[in-house]
Ligand binder design. Structure first.
Ligand code: ARG
Length: 591
C-alpha cells in the first residue's frame, strides 16, 4: 500500500481526462505544512506556463475532477499547489500492522549486495577511529535487508602488513616464541604460551616505535613480513596463532556493537591471487613501469578533481588528475590497492554481487577511486556492477578535534565502550536499576550509535556522551524508553491483537509518522546515510509520547476505543523496534 502512488495515480487520471499532458511528471511529496495537509504536489505550477493558464486555475480544474475521491480530499491553494489529505488513516495503520515488512516497501528487484566494513588490523589494538565503520556499515547492511536485498558482509581484516613482522620480531626478541624455534619443534601442536592480547597490545607499539629509530630492526621486520607471505616456518605458524588470538578478540569487540560478518576473510586471503591480478593488467596493456614500480593510469581525459573547500567563501580549487594506481612496487611490498583489486576478482568469481559497498573513513577515498577505476578498466568488475565507497567523517571530541585522551593519546576502542557502559549504568541507577550490565551495554552502545547515525555519514561529528545518553531528546535511549513504556502498558493488559480506528489528531499524527518512517528507509538506501531513519524514528517516538500524555489508555472505558489505542501502541512498538534493529540498536524490555 503506497499512498503517494495512489494519490499520484488519482491525479494522473484527472490530468488525462482534462487532456493537460505531462502526466508522467506528477510528483507527490509529504506536505511541508503538516497542519494543513498530508501531501502536496506542485504539478499544476509546473505545467501552467505551457498551457498559458494561471497555476491556480490549473490546480482548481484538477481538484474539481477529484472531488468525489473516496479516500483523499484535494484542495487547490495559491499560487497553485494541490494539497492532499488522507480521509481516514485507519486502513493504512491496519495494513502496516498485518504486513510482514510492517509497511516498508520492498525493492522491485532484489539485488545481492556485498559489504566490506570493519577492516580491523590483526595484532593492532582497535582505537576510536575503528568505531564508525562497524556502526555505519552494519546499519547500511540492515537497511538493505529491511528493503529486501540479499546481503553478504566481509570484515576484510588487515592481516598481512608490516605490523605482523614487527609483532613477531618483538615477541621473538622478548623470548615469547622460543619453542617455535627449537630444532624438531612440532609446529602443529605448539601453542602461543603466555601470549595474551595484553601482551600483543604491548609488543606491537613497542616494535612500532623501535622501527622508526633502528634501521636494522626495521629490515629484520621487513624480512619476517616477507617470510609470512612466503609461508616460511616457523614464522607462518606463529603468524597463524597470533591471527587466531587477535581475530577472537576483534570478533568480541564487534559483537559488543551488534556487528556481525558472514566472512572473517583478510587481506591475506587475496594473496594467492596477487600475481594473477597483476598479470591481467600486464596482458591488457594497462600497466606501465614507473621508477621501478608497475602502475596503472586511471586519470580520465580533461578531468579535474575538486579539492574540498574549508569554508563556503573559499574559491573552488582543483588538483591534478587522479595519480596512477601502483599495483606493484620494486620491493614487492605495500600492495594495498592490488589486494583490494584481487579481492574483487575473488568476490566476483564466487558471488558476482550487483554492488560492493566499502565503508571506511574519507582519507581512503582516493584509494577506492583508483581501485574501482582499475577494476572497470581491466574488466575485473563487470559494467553493470556498482562499486561504492561510503566515506565517513571523523569522530571529534568536544573541542572539535579528533577525539583524544587528556594526555593527547588516541583513545582505545574498548575505553570508549567502557565509558558508555559506565555512564549508562549510572543513568540506570538513577532510575533504580542496578547490576544489569547487559542492559547498560544496550543503552550505552545504542546511545553512541544513534548519536553517530543521526548525522550525515560524510560529516565529522562531536562525540558528546552526555547528549547521546539523555533519556529525552533525539537520542537512542529516548527511543528505547518509548518502547519500554509501551511494553509496560501492554503488560498491564491481556491485549493480543485488535484493529486500529484512528479517532483524533494525536492518533492521526502517529500514523503519519509511521508513514514517514517507512518511506525514510528508501531515503537512507539511496543516500548511503542513516540520518533520515534516525529522525523519522524520533518523530514517531515523540508523536507517541504526545498521544500517551494526552490520552488515558488503561482507564478508557469504551472497550473498542481501548482496543484500538492498544493496537496502535503495539504497532508503534513494532515499528520502533524494526527501525532500531535496522540501525543496529537493541530494543529493551524495560529501563
Ligand atoms: N585495514 C584497513 C585500515 O585499517 C581498512 C580496510 C578497509 N577495507 C578495504 N577493503 N580496504 O586502514
Amino acid at each position: 500500500m503506497n499512498l503517494k502512488n495512489e494519490i499520484a495515480s488519482a491525479i494522473k487520471s484527472a490530468v488525462e481526462e482534462l487532456n493537460l499532458g505531462d502526466s508522467d511528471k506528477i510528483v507527490v511529496s509529504f506536505s511541508n505544512r503538516p497542519e494543513l495537509c498530508d501531501f502536496q504536489t506542485n504539478f499544476a505550477m509546473l505545467i501552467a506556463k505551457k498551457l498559458g493558464q494561471k497555476p491556480i486555475d490549473v490546480a482548481n480544474s484538477i481538484v474539481d475532477k477529484l472531488s468525489k475521491n473516496e479516500n483523499y480530499s484535494f484542495s487547490a491553494v495559491m499560487p497553485g499547489f494541490i494539497n492532499v489529505s488522507v480521509k481516514d488513516l485507519s486502513d493504512y495503520a491496519n495494513y502496516v500492522a498485518n504486513d510482514k515488512d510492517l509497511g516498508v516497501e520492498q525493492v522491485k528487484n532484489s539485488r545481492l549486495v556485498f559489504f566490506d566494513y570493519g577492516g580491523a588490523n590483526v595484532a593492532k589494538e582497535l582505537h576510536v577511529g575503528h568505531l564508525r565503520s562497524p556502526i555505519v556499515g552494519e546499519a547500511l547492511k540492515r537497511v538493505h535487508i529491511s528493503l529486501g536485498d540479499k546481503v553478504l558482509a566481509d570484515v576484510h581484516l588487515g592481516d598481512y602488513g608490516l605490523q605482523m613482522g614487527l609483532t613477531i620480531l618483538q615477541l621473538k626478541l622478548d623470548g615469547f616464541v622460543d619453542e617455535f624455534f627449537k630444532e624438531n619443534a612440532d609446529l602443529k601442536d605448539l601453542e602461543l604460551k603466555n601470549v595474551t592480547m595484553d601482551i600483543l597490545n604491548e609488543e606491537y607499539p613497542k616494535a612500532s616505535k623501535r622501527k622508526d629509530v633502528d634501521k636494522n630492526f626495521k629490515s629484520q621486520a621487513d624480512e619476517i613480513t616477507l617470510f609470512i607471505q612466503q609461508q616460511k616456518e616457523p614464522y607462518f605458524s606463529i603468524y597463524k596463532k597470533i591471527r587466531e588470538l587477535s581475530v577472537k578478540e576483534i570478533e568480541k569487540n564487534y559483537e559488543m556493537l551488534n556487528t556481525t560478518f558472514d566472512f572473517y576473510y583478510g587481506e591475506s586471503d587475496a594473496y594467492p591471487m596477487i600475481d594473477k591480478t597483476i598479470q591481467i593488467f600486464v596482458d591488457k596493456n594497462l600497466a606501465r613501469e614507473s621508477e621501478g614500480a608497475l602502475v596503472v593510469d586511471v586519470a580520465r581525459e580533461g578531468e579535474h578533481i575538486p579539492i574540498p573547500k574549508k569554508s563556503e567563501d573559499e574559491p573552488q580549487r582543483y588538483k591534478n588528475p587522479m595519480p596512477p594506481a601502483i599495483i606493484k612496487k620494486y620491493n614487492g611490498g605495500d600492495l594495498y590497492a592490488t589486494t583490494d583489486i584481487a579481492t574483487i576478482l575473488m568476490r566476483n568469481a564466487e558471488f558476482n554481487p550487483d554492488e560492493i559497498i566499502y565503508v571506511t573513513d574519507n582519507r581512503q577515498s582516493g584509494h577506492f577511486e583508483q581501485v574501482f577505476r582499475c577494476c572497470k578498466l581491466a574488466g575485473i568488475s563487470p559494467e553493470n556492477q556498482k562499486l561504492t565507497h561510503v566515506a565517513f567523517g571523523t569522530m571529534n571530541g568536544k573541542d572539535g578535534k579528533p577525539f583524544k585522551t587528556r594526555s593527547g593519546d588516541t583513545i582505545k576502542y574498548k575505553d570508549v565502550l567502557d565509558m558508555l557502559i559506565e555512564s549508562a549504568e549510572k543513568k540506570l541507577a538513577d532510575n533504580g536499576i542496578v547490576g544489569d550490565s547487559e542492559l547498560a551495554r544496550k543503552i550505552g552502545v545504542g546511545a553512541m550509535k544513534f548519536g553517530d547515525l543521526s548525522n550525515t555519514v560524510a560529516k565529522d561529528y562531536v562525540f558528546d556522551i552526555d547528549k547521546f545518553l539523555a533519556f529525552d531528546g533525539k537520542t537512542g535511549p529516548y527511543i528505547q524508553y518509548t518502547i519500554a513504556r509501551i511494553n509496560s502498558v501492554l503488560a498491564k493488559t491481556n491485549f493480543k491483537k485488535g484493529k486500529v480506528a484512528v479517532s483524533n489528531t494525536d492518533e492521526r499524527n502517529i500514523v503519519m509518522a509511521i508513514l514517514k518512517l517507512n518511506s525514510s528507509y528508501q531515503v537512507c538506501y539511496d543516500a548511503y546515510s542513516l540520518n533520515a531513519l534516525c529522525l523519522a524514528t524520533f518523530d514517531l517516538a515523540s508523536a507517541f509520547s504526545t498521544f500517551y500524555n494526552n490520552h488515558k489508555i488503561l482507564t478508557e472505558t469504551n472497550v473498542s476505543k481501548r482496543e484500538s489505542m492498544l493496537a496502535l501502541s503495539l504497532l508503534v512498538k513494532n515499528c520502533l523496534e524494526k527501525a532500531l534493529w535496522t540501525l543496529g540498536i537493541d530494543s529493551v524490555e524495560k529501563m
